[in-house]
Design a protein around this ligand. Structure first.
Ligand code: SF4
Ligand code: SF4
Length: 394
């Protein structure tokens, strides 16, 4: 979407939301104290407006629905249960005289359409789902269709210097108050010499703004004891991308890494061994050459809405793949496709609008070379290795 009224795009929409929220006492209840509710609580708690859980199960109950009603509807309810229970609870709430999409919301609708706006307009807090710092573009593997184009990066390529990495975190957290997941990533981030220093820097200064602080690794490098100690201290989750279906020798490495993480009581996740990637088509798609124009690019960007932001110094990139593929494959595209946090004068509404897909031209140059939402129709095996690193279209 193109900016037409920068800094005020959502004023009218947010006005009604804020009014309803104020009437409901400026606080949130989560209906459902199970797994989904627990994960949601980790985010909502950071607003300082979490009033507690409501649950029909007496054992989990913090308060019952009857107690909530007796208190006089003193909070907006977010229903956070599995899909089959949502309509049952909605009916229960309607029967109790509450109105859908005023007094209560289903959690996915709430997180997408309500929470980011209420955060800024009612609480002056920016919420974002996922942001990354790419510390290095170097990698120990050369995966075909790597979404960052790291297969084309030579071992001599300079990493981000640690002062820039720290500055990136400073810029991001100057404006963003709550991030669901903040990731240190690569390339392969365990190649980055000062990874421990970065973990400590972010952990010490910004950990309370982060729900999940993670490092994504391909599992080829076993981190040293000092780094593991820091990961444990700052509650870093290690996300291991499992490419052993393609690179058999990785099985042994994963075993060693998991053993080391468990010994150090560090949380980790493994991706699906037989997982599929989407081929975004960065090396082959060219919409303009096929006659596509700005309207098509607006549509591609609008239907994609990737959640993967990247911060590099003061430059906030909407799509980490667009920036990194363009740089790593030498395409030289989208040089202006970022929001400069130095230039928003502290206006959190501008940042919210950018998060929601607004920008000067309404799309990124790389969208011309990308399948966007259509990429799901082009599955490829995750982690297949290549020999030739060059981008043919260069
Ligand atoms: S997808 Fe493969 S090549 Fe790309 S960063 Fe991850 S491990 Fe490296
Ligand atoms: S369509 Fe544009 S924003 Fe979406 S993934 Fe592709 S390049 Fe990124």
């Amino acid at each position: 979407m193109k900016w037409k009224n920068k800094g005020h795009e959502f004023d009218a929409y947010a006005k009604g939301l804020v009014r309803d929220f104020r009437e409901l006492g400026n606080q949130f209840y989560i209906f459902g104290a199970g797994l989904i509710g627990g994960e949601l609580k980790d985010i909502i708690e950071k607003t300082g407006c979490f009033a507690g859980f409501i649950d029909n199960d007496r054992r989990k109950q913090k308060i019952s629905l009857d107690e909530y009603l007796e208190r006089g509807r003193d909070g907006l309810i977010i229903i956070a249960t599995d899909d089959k229970n949502i309509p049952v609870i909605e009916e229960q709430l309607v029967c109790a005289g509450l109105k859908k999409e005023r007094d209560f919301y289903e959690y996915r609708t709430f997180m997408k359409k309500i929470f980011p706006f209420l955060s800024v307009y009612a609480n002056h807090q920016v919420y974002t789902e996922l942001a990354q710092i790419c510390l290095t573009e170097r990698c120990t593997l050369r995966c075909r269709k790597c979404a960052h184009g790291c297969y084309a990066v030579g071992g001599e390529t300079q990493d981000m210097d640690v002062e820039t990495a720290k500055k990136s975190a400073d810029y991001f957290f100057r404006y963003v108050d709550i991030v669901k997941e903040f990731v240190l990533i690569g390339g392969e981030p365990f190649l980055y010499k000062k990874l421990g220093e970065m973990v400590a820097y972010i952990g010490e200064k910004y950990r309370e703004k982060i729900v999940i602080f993670s490092i994504t690794t391909n599992g080829t490098i076993i981190p040293g004891e000092e780094l593991l100690h820091l990961c444990r201290r700052y509650h870093v989750t290690i996300r291991i991308s499992d490419y052993s279906a393609q690179v058999k020798r990785l099985e042994e490495k994963y075993g060693q890494l998991k053993e080391r993480l468990e010994r150090n009581q560090i949380a980790y996740t493994m991706s699906d061994r037989d997982g599929l990637w989407m081929d975004y088509g960065f090396e082959s798609v060219d919409r303009k050459r096929r006659g596509g124009g700005a309207e098509e690019l607006l549509q591609v960007f609008g239907s994609c809405r990737t959640p993967c932001r990247e911060i590099r110094g003061s430059r906030y990139y909407y799509c980490v793949m667009a920036r990194s593929v363009s740089d790593n494959l030498g395409m030289g595209l989208g040089k202006e496709d970022y929001l400069d946090l130095d230039e928003i004068n502290g206006d959190k509404k501008i940042l919210l609008e950018y998060e929601m897909g607004f920008s000067g031209k309404g799309y990124l140059d790389m969208c011309n070379h990308c399948r966007g939402a259509e990429a799901v129709k082009y599955p490829i095996p995750a982690g297949e290795q290549i020999k030739s690193p060059r981008w043919e279209g260069k």
